[in-house]
Design a protein around this ligand. Sequence first.
Ligand code: FAD
Length: 422
Amino acid sequence: MNIAIIGAGFTGLTAANSLILKGNTVEIFEMDKTPGGLAMGFKKNNWDWSLEKHYHHIFKSDSSILSLAKEIDTSFNFYRPNTSSLIDNHIIQLDSPEKLLQFSALSVPSRLRMGLVLGYLKYVVKWQDLEGFKAHDWLEKQLGREPYSILWEPLLKSKFGPYYKDISLAWFWARIKARSTKLGYPEGGFGHFADRLAEKAVSLGGKIHFDCQVDRIVPNGKTVTVFYKGKKSDFDAVIVTVSNALFAHLAQSLPEDYKKKLNEFKGIGALNIVLELKKEFLPKDVYWLNICDPSFPFLAVVEHTHFIDKSHYNNSNIVYIGNYLPSDHELFSLSKEKLLDRYHPYLDKIHSGYKNNLLDIHLFKVPFAQPIVTTSFSKKILPFNTPIPNLYLANMQQVYPWDRGTNYAVEMGRRIAKIIHT
Ligand SMILES: Cc1cc2nc3c(=O)[nH]c(=O)nc-3n(C[C@H](O)[C@H](O)[C@H](O)COP(=O)(O)OP(=O)(O)OC[C@H]3O[C@@H](n4cnc5c(N)ncnc54)[C@H](O)[C@@H]3O)c2cc1C
Protein backbone atom coordinates (compact mmCIF):
# COMPACT_ATOMS: atom_id res chain seq x y z
CA MET A 1 0.00 0.00 0.00
CA ASN A 2 0.95 3.60 -0.58
CA ILE A 3 0.46 5.40 2.76
CA ALA A 4 0.75 9.06 3.85
CA ILE A 5 1.34 10.11 7.44
CA ILE A 6 0.65 13.69 8.54
CA GLY A 7 3.15 14.59 11.27
CA ALA A 8 6.69 13.43 12.07
CA GLY A 9 6.17 13.29 15.84
CA PHE A 10 6.72 10.05 17.76
CA THR A 11 3.35 8.63 16.63
CA GLY A 12 3.97 9.31 12.95
CA LEU A 13 7.61 8.18 12.97
CA THR A 14 6.81 4.92 14.78
CA ALA A 15 3.86 4.15 12.50
CA ALA A 16 6.04 4.90 9.47
CA ASN A 17 8.79 2.51 10.54
CA SER A 18 6.33 -0.29 11.33
CA LEU A 19 4.49 0.12 8.02
CA ILE A 20 7.68 0.30 5.94
CA LEU A 21 8.98 -2.88 7.57
CA LYS A 22 5.75 -4.60 6.47
CA GLY A 23 6.47 -3.68 2.85
CA ASN A 24 4.38 -0.52 2.43
CA THR A 25 5.47 2.67 0.69
CA VAL A 26 5.31 5.53 3.20
CA GLU A 27 5.53 9.32 2.84
CA ILE A 28 5.51 11.58 5.92
CA PHE A 29 4.43 15.23 5.64
CA GLU A 30 5.82 17.44 8.42
CA MET A 31 5.32 21.20 8.62
CA ASP A 32 8.43 21.70 10.77
CA LYS A 33 12.03 21.50 9.56
CA THR A 34 12.96 18.67 11.94
CA PRO A 35 11.27 15.53 13.36
CA GLY A 36 10.06 14.97 16.94
CA GLY A 37 6.86 17.05 17.22
CA LEU A 38 6.31 18.16 20.82
CA ALA A 39 9.46 16.29 21.86
CA MET A 40 11.56 18.08 19.23
CA GLY A 41 15.04 19.25 20.19
CA PHE A 42 17.31 22.13 19.23
CA LYS A 43 21.10 22.21 19.33
CA LYS A 44 23.58 25.04 19.52
CA ASN A 45 26.83 24.68 17.58
CA ASN A 46 28.94 24.16 20.69
CA TRP A 47 26.62 21.53 22.26
CA ASP A 48 27.11 17.84 21.56
CA TRP A 49 23.55 16.86 22.60
CA SER A 50 20.25 18.35 21.49
CA LEU A 51 17.90 19.81 24.07
CA GLU A 52 14.10 19.50 24.06
CA LYS A 53 12.14 22.69 23.44
CA HIS A 54 9.90 21.43 26.27
CA TYR A 55 11.40 19.40 29.17
CA HIS A 56 11.10 15.63 28.68
CA HIS A 57 11.89 12.42 30.55
CA ILE A 58 10.34 8.94 30.72
CA PHE A 59 9.44 6.55 33.53
CA LYS A 60 10.63 3.00 34.21
CA SER A 61 7.16 1.75 33.21
CA ASP A 62 7.41 3.24 29.68
CA SER A 63 7.99 -0.11 28.01
CA SER A 64 6.97 0.82 24.45
CA ILE A 65 9.59 3.54 23.96
CA LEU A 66 12.21 1.45 25.76
CA SER A 67 11.68 -1.44 23.35
CA LEU A 68 11.74 0.92 20.36
CA ALA A 69 15.05 2.34 21.62
CA LYS A 70 16.52 -1.17 21.48
CA GLU A 71 15.30 -1.60 17.91
CA ILE A 72 17.18 1.52 16.78
CA ASP A 73 20.29 0.93 18.91
CA THR A 74 19.65 3.90 21.19
CA SER A 75 19.68 3.65 24.95
CA PHE A 76 18.01 5.41 27.85
CA ASN A 77 19.87 6.10 31.08
CA PHE A 78 17.91 6.23 34.33
CA TYR A 79 18.70 8.51 37.25
CA ARG A 80 17.00 9.30 40.53
CA PRO A 81 16.74 13.11 40.48
CA ASN A 82 15.34 15.28 43.27
CA THR A 83 11.72 16.40 42.77
CA SER A 84 10.56 19.11 45.14
CA SER A 85 7.74 21.58 45.69
CA LEU A 86 7.80 25.28 46.48
CA ILE A 87 5.43 25.78 49.40
CA ASP A 88 5.33 29.01 51.45
CA ASN A 89 8.66 30.05 49.93
CA HIS A 90 10.34 26.82 51.05
CA ILE A 91 11.72 24.16 48.73
CA ILE A 92 10.61 20.79 50.11
CA GLN A 93 11.58 17.42 48.63
CA LEU A 94 8.35 15.42 48.30
CA ASP A 95 9.14 12.60 45.92
CA SER A 96 8.69 9.47 48.03
CA PRO A 97 6.27 8.16 50.69
CA GLU A 98 8.99 8.74 53.34
CA LYS A 99 9.42 12.39 52.33
CA LEU A 100 5.65 12.89 52.38
CA LEU A 101 5.44 11.44 55.90
CA GLN A 102 8.10 13.96 57.02
CA PHE A 103 6.21 16.95 55.52
CA SER A 104 5.66 19.05 58.63
CA ALA A 105 3.34 21.65 57.02
CA LEU A 106 0.62 19.01 57.35
CA SER A 107 -0.57 17.51 60.63
CA VAL A 108 0.44 13.89 61.30
CA PRO A 109 -3.13 12.60 60.72
CA SER A 110 -3.29 14.52 57.39
CA ARG A 111 0.03 13.02 56.27
CA LEU A 112 -1.11 9.52 57.16
CA ARG A 113 -4.41 10.10 55.37
CA MET A 114 -2.59 11.31 52.28
CA GLY A 115 -0.29 8.28 52.36
CA LEU A 116 -3.31 5.96 52.56
CA VAL A 117 -5.19 7.71 49.73
CA LEU A 118 -2.16 7.75 47.37
CA GLY A 119 -1.36 4.13 48.33
CA TYR A 120 -4.96 3.15 47.51
CA LEU A 121 -4.66 4.81 44.10
CA LYS A 122 -1.26 3.28 43.39
CA TYR A 123 -1.89 -0.32 44.34
CA VAL A 124 -5.54 -1.21 44.70
CA VAL A 125 -7.87 0.27 42.17
CA LYS A 126 -9.02 -0.30 38.58
CA TRP A 127 -9.16 3.02 36.68
CA GLN A 128 -12.55 2.14 35.18
CA ASP A 129 -14.06 2.45 38.67
CA LEU A 130 -12.65 5.97 39.01
CA GLU A 131 -13.25 7.65 35.68
CA GLY A 132 -16.73 8.95 36.59
CA PHE A 133 -15.28 11.03 39.45
CA LYS A 134 -13.69 14.46 39.11
CA ALA A 135 -10.16 14.49 40.56
CA HIS A 136 -10.79 17.87 42.21
CA ASP A 137 -13.94 16.79 44.09
CA TRP A 138 -12.64 13.36 45.03
CA LEU A 139 -9.22 14.47 46.26
CA GLU A 140 -10.66 17.39 48.21
CA LYS A 141 -13.06 15.02 49.97
CA GLN A 142 -10.58 12.21 50.61
CA LEU A 143 -7.57 14.32 51.62
CA GLY A 144 -9.38 17.21 53.32
CA ARG A 145 -9.54 20.79 52.02
CA GLU A 146 -6.24 22.05 53.43
CA PRO A 147 -3.89 19.20 52.42
CA TYR A 148 -5.47 19.13 48.96
CA SER A 149 -5.16 22.89 48.55
CA ILE A 150 -1.49 22.90 49.62
CA LEU A 151 -0.23 20.09 47.41
CA TRP A 152 -2.51 18.91 44.64
CA GLU A 153 -4.91 21.71 43.73
CA PRO A 154 -2.10 24.03 42.55
CA LEU A 155 -0.74 21.25 40.33
CA LEU A 156 -4.11 20.46 38.73
CA LYS A 157 -4.71 24.19 38.27
CA SER A 158 -1.38 24.84 36.65
CA LYS A 159 -1.59 21.85 34.31
CA PHE A 160 -5.20 22.35 33.19
CA GLY A 161 -5.88 26.06 33.80
CA PRO A 162 -9.58 26.93 33.67
CA TYR A 163 -10.51 23.25 33.16
CA TYR A 164 -8.86 21.88 36.31
CA LYS A 165 -12.09 21.10 38.18
CA ASP A 166 -13.33 18.92 35.29
CA ILE A 167 -10.40 16.49 35.07
CA SER A 168 -11.19 12.80 35.55
CA LEU A 169 -9.85 10.99 38.60
CA ALA A 170 -8.70 8.22 36.21
CA TRP A 171 -6.13 10.68 34.76
CA PHE A 172 -4.84 11.45 38.27
CA TRP A 173 -4.75 7.72 39.08
CA ALA A 174 -2.61 7.09 35.99
CA ARG A 175 -0.15 9.83 37.02
CA ILE A 176 0.28 8.21 40.43
CA LYS A 177 0.35 4.68 39.03
CA ALA A 178 2.87 5.06 36.22
CA ARG A 179 5.42 7.34 37.89
CA SER A 180 8.75 5.95 38.96
CA THR A 181 11.21 7.83 41.14
CA LYS A 182 13.90 6.97 38.58
CA LEU A 183 13.56 8.97 35.37
CA GLY A 184 14.98 8.08 31.96
CA TYR A 185 16.61 10.17 29.25
CA PRO A 186 17.89 9.01 25.85
CA GLU A 187 21.56 9.27 24.88
CA GLY A 188 21.83 12.45 22.80
CA GLY A 189 18.35 13.73 23.77
CA PHE A 190 14.82 13.13 22.47
CA GLY A 191 15.63 15.16 19.35
CA HIS A 192 18.45 12.74 18.57
CA PHE A 193 16.08 9.81 19.16
CA ALA A 194 13.60 11.34 16.68
CA ASP A 195 16.44 11.89 14.17
CA ARG A 196 17.35 8.20 14.46
CA LEU A 197 13.74 7.16 13.81
CA ALA A 198 13.54 9.48 10.80
CA GLU A 199 16.89 8.23 9.44
CA LYS A 200 15.76 4.63 9.83
CA ALA A 201 12.50 5.29 7.96
CA VAL A 202 14.43 6.95 5.12
CA SER A 203 17.10 4.23 5.01
CA LEU A 204 14.32 1.64 4.57
CA GLY A 205 12.89 3.56 1.60
CA GLY A 206 10.44 5.95 3.32
CA LYS A 207 10.18 9.61 2.28
CA ILE A 208 9.88 12.55 4.66
CA HIS A 209 8.78 15.96 3.38
CA PHE A 210 9.96 18.49 5.97
CA ASP A 211 8.82 22.12 5.97
CA CYS A 212 5.73 20.82 4.22
CA GLN A 213 2.41 21.82 5.72
CA VAL A 214 -0.64 19.83 4.64
CA ASP A 215 -3.53 22.18 3.79
CA ARG A 216 -6.31 19.79 2.90
CA ILE A 217 -7.25 16.12 2.93
CA VAL A 218 -10.01 15.02 0.55
CA PRO A 219 -11.55 11.58 -0.20
CA ASN A 220 -11.20 10.48 -3.80
CA GLY A 221 -13.11 7.23 -4.39
CA LYS A 222 -11.11 4.48 -2.74
CA THR A 223 -8.06 6.70 -2.23
CA VAL A 224 -7.42 9.84 -0.18
CA THR A 225 -5.81 12.99 -1.62
CA VAL A 226 -3.35 15.10 0.38
CA PHE A 227 -2.88 18.76 -0.65
CA TYR A 228 0.38 20.49 0.28
CA LYS A 229 2.45 23.42 -1.03
CA GLY A 230 0.26 23.85 -4.10
CA LYS A 231 0.63 20.14 -4.99
CA LYS A 232 -1.45 17.03 -4.38
CA SER A 233 -0.83 13.27 -4.08
CA ASP A 234 -3.16 10.27 -3.83
CA PHE A 235 -2.71 7.54 -1.22
CA ASP A 236 -4.34 4.19 -0.42
CA ALA A 237 -4.41 5.24 3.25
CA VAL A 238 -3.69 8.42 5.22
CA ILE A 239 -2.87 8.61 8.95
CA VAL A 240 -3.38 11.98 10.64
CA THR A 241 -1.50 12.59 13.93
CA VAL A 242 -2.49 16.23 14.56
CA SER A 243 -5.11 17.39 17.11
CA ASN A 244 -8.82 16.68 16.62
CA ALA A 245 -9.63 20.34 15.95
CA LEU A 246 -6.91 20.63 13.31
CA PHE A 247 -8.07 17.37 11.71
CA ALA A 248 -11.62 18.82 11.41
CA HIS A 249 -10.13 21.86 9.72
CA LEU A 250 -7.95 19.85 7.28
CA ALA A 251 -10.63 17.33 6.26
CA GLN A 252 -13.60 19.60 5.55
CA SER A 253 -15.52 16.82 3.75
CA LEU A 254 -15.92 14.85 6.99
CA PRO A 255 -19.62 14.65 8.04
CA GLU A 256 -20.77 17.70 10.04
CA ASP A 257 -21.75 15.69 13.15
CA TYR A 258 -18.28 14.07 13.25
CA LYS A 259 -16.55 17.45 12.85
CA LYS A 260 -18.74 18.78 15.68
CA LYS A 261 -17.51 15.90 17.88
CA LEU A 262 -13.87 16.61 16.92
CA ASN A 263 -14.29 20.25 17.92
CA GLU A 264 -15.76 19.38 21.31
CA PHE A 265 -12.36 18.06 22.51
CA LYS A 266 -10.49 20.70 24.45
CA GLY A 267 -6.75 21.20 24.81
CA ILE A 268 -4.35 23.59 26.47
CA GLY A 269 -1.10 25.10 25.17
CA ALA A 270 2.43 25.16 26.60
CA LEU A 271 4.86 28.02 27.03
CA ASN A 272 8.44 27.29 28.00
CA ILE A 273 11.28 29.69 28.64
CA VAL A 274 14.69 28.02 28.57
CA LEU A 275 17.41 29.89 30.44
CA GLU A 276 21.09 29.24 29.93
CA LEU A 277 22.99 30.30 33.05
CA LYS A 278 26.62 30.44 34.12
CA LYS A 279 25.70 29.07 37.56
CA GLU A 280 23.15 26.64 38.93
CA PHE A 281 19.67 28.02 39.63
CA LEU A 282 18.00 25.58 42.03
CA PRO A 283 19.64 24.53 45.30
CA LYS A 284 20.39 21.01 46.54
CA ASP A 285 20.49 19.38 43.12
CA VAL A 286 16.74 19.88 42.66
CA TYR A 287 15.74 18.79 39.14
CA TRP A 288 12.02 19.48 39.21
CA LEU A 289 10.37 22.17 41.31
CA ASN A 290 6.56 22.18 41.39
CA ILE A 291 5.30 25.65 42.17
CA CYS A 292 2.53 25.22 44.77
CA ASP A 293 1.99 28.96 45.19
CA PRO A 294 -0.94 30.27 43.13
CA SER A 295 0.52 33.79 43.06
CA PHE A 296 3.39 32.62 40.80
CA PRO A 297 2.79 33.08 37.04
CA PHE A 298 4.42 29.73 36.09
CA LEU A 299 3.95 26.13 37.15
CA ALA A 300 7.38 24.50 37.33
CA VAL A 301 11.09 25.21 37.26
CA VAL A 302 13.03 22.32 35.76
CA GLU A 303 16.80 22.35 36.02
CA HIS A 304 17.69 19.96 33.22
CA THR A 305 21.39 19.99 34.09
CA HIS A 306 20.58 18.61 37.55
CA PHE A 307 19.40 15.54 35.63
CA ILE A 308 21.70 15.42 32.59
CA ASP A 309 25.37 16.38 32.70
CA LYS A 310 25.98 19.98 31.66
CA SER A 311 29.10 19.01 29.70
CA HIS A 312 26.71 18.13 26.84
CA TYR A 313 25.68 21.80 26.63
CA ASN A 314 29.08 23.49 26.75
CA ASN A 315 28.79 23.58 30.58
CA SER A 316 25.78 25.89 30.55
CA ASN A 317 23.22 25.36 33.30
CA ILE A 318 19.90 24.73 31.55
CA VAL A 319 16.68 25.74 33.31
CA TYR A 320 13.12 25.55 31.98
CA ILE A 321 10.38 27.81 33.30
CA GLY A 322 7.27 25.86 32.33
CA ASN A 323 3.66 26.86 31.93
CA TYR A 324 0.47 25.35 30.51
CA LEU A 325 -1.99 28.02 29.38
CA PRO A 326 -4.86 28.39 26.91
CA SER A 327 -3.29 29.62 23.66
CA ASP A 328 -5.31 32.86 23.78
CA HIS A 329 -3.81 33.77 27.18
CA GLU A 330 -2.03 37.13 27.04
CA LEU A 331 1.33 35.60 28.14
CA PHE A 332 1.37 33.73 24.80
CA SER A 333 1.73 37.00 22.92
CA LEU A 334 4.80 38.25 24.82
CA SER A 335 8.38 38.23 23.53
CA LYS A 336 10.95 36.16 25.49
CA GLU A 337 12.34 39.32 27.10
CA LYS A 338 8.89 40.61 28.13
CA LEU A 339 7.86 37.20 29.45
CA LEU A 340 11.04 36.91 31.50
CA ASP A 341 10.35 40.41 32.89
CA ARG A 342 6.98 39.11 34.09
CA TYR A 343 8.53 36.00 35.65
CA HIS A 344 11.58 37.78 37.01
CA PRO A 345 10.34 38.90 40.49
CA TYR A 346 9.22 35.32 41.19
CA LEU A 347 12.38 33.71 39.86
CA ASP A 348 14.37 36.16 41.93
CA LYS A 349 12.52 34.95 45.05
CA ILE A 350 13.81 31.43 44.32
CA HIS A 351 17.36 32.49 43.40
CA SER A 352 18.15 36.09 44.16
CA GLY A 353 20.49 37.67 41.59
CA TYR A 354 20.23 34.80 39.08
CA LYS A 355 20.05 37.34 36.22
CA ASN A 356 23.74 38.17 36.68
CA ASN A 357 24.42 34.63 35.41
CA LEU A 358 22.21 34.81 32.34
CA LEU A 359 23.90 33.66 29.11
CA ASP A 360 20.93 33.19 26.79
CA ILE A 361 17.12 32.92 26.72
CA HIS A 362 14.93 30.82 24.43
CA LEU A 363 11.14 30.76 24.22
CA PHE A 364 9.02 27.93 22.83
CA LYS A 365 5.23 27.95 22.47
CA VAL A 366 2.73 25.36 21.26
CA PRO A 367 -1.01 26.03 21.07
CA PHE A 368 -1.97 22.40 21.74
CA ALA A 369 0.16 20.53 24.29
CA GLN A 370 -2.16 18.76 26.72
CA PRO A 371 -5.60 17.23 26.12
CA ILE A 372 -8.31 18.05 28.66
CA VAL A 373 -9.31 14.66 30.00
CA THR A 374 -12.82 14.97 31.46
CA THR A 375 -14.91 12.37 33.34
CA SER A 376 -15.79 9.10 31.56
CA PHE A 377 -13.38 10.07 28.79
CA SER A 378 -13.10 6.46 27.60
CA LYS A 379 -16.65 6.79 26.21
CA LYS A 380 -15.78 9.99 24.32
CA ILE A 381 -12.52 8.92 22.62
CA LEU A 382 -12.86 8.66 18.85
CA PRO A 383 -11.71 5.46 17.11
CA PHE A 384 -8.78 5.29 14.67
CA ASN A 385 -11.22 4.74 11.79
CA THR A 386 -12.94 7.91 10.58
CA PRO A 387 -16.13 8.26 8.49
CA ILE A 388 -13.90 8.61 5.37
CA PRO A 389 -12.66 5.17 4.23
CA ASN A 390 -8.86 4.75 4.49
CA LEU A 391 -8.45 7.98 6.47
CA TYR A 392 -7.25 7.30 10.03
CA LEU A 393 -6.82 9.46 13.13
CA ALA A 394 -4.12 8.66 15.72
CA ASN A 395 -3.32 11.45 18.14
CA MET A 396 -2.76 12.44 21.79
CA GLN A 397 -6.51 12.84 22.35
CA GLN A 398 -6.85 9.06 22.10
CA VAL A 399 -4.29 8.39 24.87
CA TYR A 400 -6.11 7.48 28.06
CA PRO A 401 -6.11 6.99 31.04
CA TRP A 402 -2.33 7.49 30.88
CA ASP A 403 -1.03 11.00 30.60
CA ARG A 404 -0.04 11.61 26.99
CA GLY A 405 3.70 11.11 26.39
CA THR A 406 6.28 9.81 23.96
CA ASN A 407 5.80 6.25 25.26
CA TYR A 408 2.09 6.31 24.38
CA ALA A 409 2.82 7.96 21.04
CA VAL A 410 5.08 5.00 20.20
CA GLU A 411 2.43 2.55 21.37
CA MET A 412 -0.20 4.33 19.27
CA GLY A 413 2.07 4.41 16.21
CA ARG A 414 2.45 0.64 16.45
CA ARG A 415 -1.27 0.06 17.00
CA ILE A 416 -2.38 2.14 14.02
CA ALA A 417 0.20 0.40 11.81
CA LYS A 418 -1.22 -2.98 12.87
CA ILE A 419 -4.78 -1.89 12.06
CA ILE A 420 -3.84 -0.68 8.58
CA HIS A 421 -1.62 -3.65 7.78
CA THR A 422 -2.84 -6.72 9.70
C1 FAD B 1 5.59 20.90 27.93
C2 FAD B 1 5.56 19.45 27.54
C3 FAD B 1 6.18 18.51 28.34
C4 FAD B 1 6.15 17.17 28.01
N1 FAD B 1 6.81 16.29 28.80
C5 FAD B 1 6.88 14.99 28.43
C6 FAD B 1 7.70 14.09 29.14
O1 FAD B 1 8.37 14.46 30.11
N2 FAD B 1 7.76 12.81 28.71
C7 FAD B 1 7.06 12.37 27.62
O2 FAD B 1 7.18 11.21 27.25
N3 FAD B 1 6.25 13.20 26.94
C8 FAD B 1 6.13 14.49 27.32
N4 FAD B 1 5.35 15.35 26.61
C9 FAD B 1 4.39 14.83 25.63
C10 FAD B 1 4.99 14.32 24.35
O3 FAD B 1 5.85 15.29 23.79
C11 FAD B 1 3.85 14.02 23.38
O4 FAD B 1 2.89 13.19 24.00
C12 FAD B 1 4.31 13.29 22.11
O5 FAD B 1 5.47 13.89 21.61
C13 FAD B 1 3.18 13.33 21.10
O6 FAD B 1 3.64 12.84 19.86
P1 FAD B 1 2.66 12.81 18.60
O7 FAD B 1 3.45 12.33 17.46
O8 FAD B 1 1.41 12.07 18.94
O9 FAD B 1 2.18 14.31 18.40
P2 FAD B 1 3.06 15.60 18.02
O10 FAD B 1 4.36 15.53 18.68
O11 FAD B 1 2.17 16.76 18.30
O12 FAD B 1 3.28 15.45 16.44
C14 FAD B 1 2.40 15.98 15.49
C15 FAD B 1 3.24 16.50 14.33
O13 FAD B 1 2.36 16.98 13.31
C16 FAD B 1 2.95 18.12 12.72
N5 FAD B 1 1.86 18.87 12.03
C17 FAD B 1 0.85 19.56 12.60
N6 FAD B 1 0.05 20.09 11.64
C18 FAD B 1 0.58 19.73 10.45
C19 FAD B 1 0.21 19.98 9.10
N7 FAD B 1 -0.89 20.68 8.75
N8 FAD B 1 0.99 19.47 8.12
C20 FAD B 1 2.12 18.75 8.41
N9 FAD B 1 2.51 18.49 9.68
C21 FAD B 1 1.74 18.96 10.69
C22 FAD B 1 3.54 18.86 13.90
O14 FAD B 1 4.52 19.79 13.51
C23 FAD B 1 4.12 17.70 14.72
O15 FAD B 1 5.45 17.42 14.36
C24 FAD B 1 5.42 16.72 26.87
C25 FAD B 1 4.80 17.67 26.04
C26 FAD B 1 4.87 19.01 26.36
C27 FAD B 1 4.24 20.01 25.45
